[in-house]
Design a protein around this ligand. Structure first.
Ligand code: G3D
Ligand code: MG
Length: 170
């Protein structure tokens, strides 16, 4: 079996659900009682694709989202970035350009996927699917909609990332 390891960075404003998405993907759970923390800089999850094993080393920001200076070191060497916004908070969508710019500048050739999270909060939703689809058409960044709470589409995002990373190794 062939084995691969990639650095994947979560990106996006505070409170959009970055840590919750990692916990859903790596531990398949969601907790509302405690503020989720990883307790480490990154989480590790293995994904099997065909006869290949892809280890995703998923880096998280723990409250340093505000500090632009650290984005440089955080994104360095990242093969992929998962850029998350909250569909109930339009300002988190409007600020994605800053993350896109920083990621492309500092990762050194990584690719991005965009994630609109918290789609379970249908009544509070303010960012329509078309906003994310526009980013796909305009900047060629794939768009997913997820709920870390229900788990909807969360595995698809990271599986997509793993598959895309494998394609790039050929
Ligand atoms: P961050 O890591 O991007 O800062 P967190 O975001 O994962 O800490 O999540 C921020 C808050 O949003 C948390 O609530 C978390 O429970 C909630 N959240 C994350 N994802 C979802 C989701 O898909 N649906 C819903 N309904 N809530 C979500 P608290 O109350 O701890 O602030
Ligand atoms: Mg967090």
């Amino acid at each position: 079996m062939k084995r691969f390891l990639f650095k994947v960075c979560m990106a996006g404003e505070g409170g959009v659900g970055k840590t919750s998405l990692i916990i859903r993907f790596c531990q398949n759970r969601f907790t509302e009682e405690y503020k989720p923390t990883l307790g480490a800089d990154f989480a590790v999850k293995k994904v099997k694709i065909g006869d290949m094993e892809v280890t995703l080393q998923i880096w998280d920001l723990s409250g340093q989202e505000r500090f632009e200076i650290m984005r440089k070191y955080y994104f360095k060497g990242a093969s992929a970035g998962v850029l998350v916004f909250d569909v109930t908070r339009p300002e988190t969508f409007l600020l994605i350009n800053r993350w896109i710019e920083a990621f492309y500048k500092h990762s050194g050739g990584g690719f991005l996927v965009l994630v609109g999270n918290k789609i379970d909060l249908e009544d509070k939703r303010l960012v329509p699917p078309q906003a994310g689809e526009m980013i796909t058409k305009w900047l060629n960044i794939p768009y997913f909609e997820t709920s870390a709470k229900t788990g909807e589409n969360v595995f698809d995002v990271f599986t997509f990332v793993a598959e895309k990373l494998l394609e790039k190794t050929w």
